[in-house]
Design a protein around this ligand. Structure first.
Ligand code: PEP
Length: 251
């Protein structure tokens, strides 16, 4: 089974009306690989602007994601948005479990699993992030940490057909320290094996596992050429014109 290459752009808390318009125009006008699925995640405030201007449904298949989504459907949760609301504004993707959510905003494995469940119930597809800190890697605990993060969602969700797993070593996010292609492949392979063992061989074969952590135009081809790397989640470089080259890494 061939897995469609997937590139996500996580704008984080960056951008303005003008700068995001320019980024979207650049993507709309670029010669993007039609084999690559591209999903960009602007700050929530701008999500409808980006949705309105991005060329979705074209051959590049551009879509918009939220950077987070709460587990409840509505109510007294100041500052949060729900999967129901994403559905209402026709945004069909959400990033869940990003390491910045885990470390800065206290998202636990359990809450993340609930958020994933809530999204899938509304047919919001999920980019589900996992990854170890430098301390955990140096202690030889990378796979243990990643498998625990996977298991939290695996306990609640058995159908992973609307999930893309993003392996994002925390030490590589926004630091310029990229994992080597071998390091990425090793963990991606282990994630695929975990999916096979704990869900099904079909899930292991079909699930896209993307790499995130200081991906640039300069390093994307090498990492993207590994058999278990099915694309990227890109932070800083998704705000720059070189994002096009990352989308086209396999072209
Ligand atoms: C991210 O935010 O998911 C990310 C991978 O960031 P960066 O590409 O900037 O390391």
């Amino acid at each position: 089974m061939s897995r469609r290459f997937f590139v996500g752009g996580n704008f984080k808390m960056n951008g303005s009306c003008d700068s995001l318009k320019a980024i979207v125009e650049n993507l709309n006008n670029a010669d993007l690989d039609p084999q690559t699925e591209v999903v960009v995640a602007p700050p929530t405030l701008y999500i409808c602007n980006v949705r309105d201007h991005i060329k979705s449904g074209g051959k590049a298949n551009l879509a918009v994601a939220a950077q987070n989504c709460y587990s409840a459907s509505s109510g007294a949760y100041t500052g949060e948005i729900s999967a129901q609301q994403l559905k209402d504004v026709e945004v069909n993707w959400a990033i869940i479990g990003h390491s910045e959510r885990r470390t800065l905003f206290g998202d636990t494995d359990d809450l993340i699993a609930k958020k994933v469940e809530a999204c899938l119930a509304e047919k919001i597809k999920v980019i589900f992030c996992v990854g170890e800190t430098l301390e955990q890697r140096e202690a030889g605990k990378t796979l243990e940490v990643v498998e625990k993060q996977l298991a939290a969602v695996g306990e609640k969700v058995k159908d992973w057909s609307d999930i893309v797993v993003a392996y994002e070593p925390v030490w590589a996010i926004g630091t310029g320290k990229v994992a080597t292609a071998d390091q990425a492949q090793e963990v991606h392979k282990a994630i695929r094996e975990w999916l096979g063992k704990n869900l099904s061989s079909q899930t292991a074969e079909a699930t896209r596992i993307i790499y995130g952590g200081s991906v640039t135009a300069a390093n994307c081809k090498d990492i993207g050429s590994r058999p278990d790397v099915d694309g990227f989640l890109v932070g800083g470089a998704s705000l720059k014109p070189e994002f096009v080259q990352i989308v086209n890494a396999n072209k």
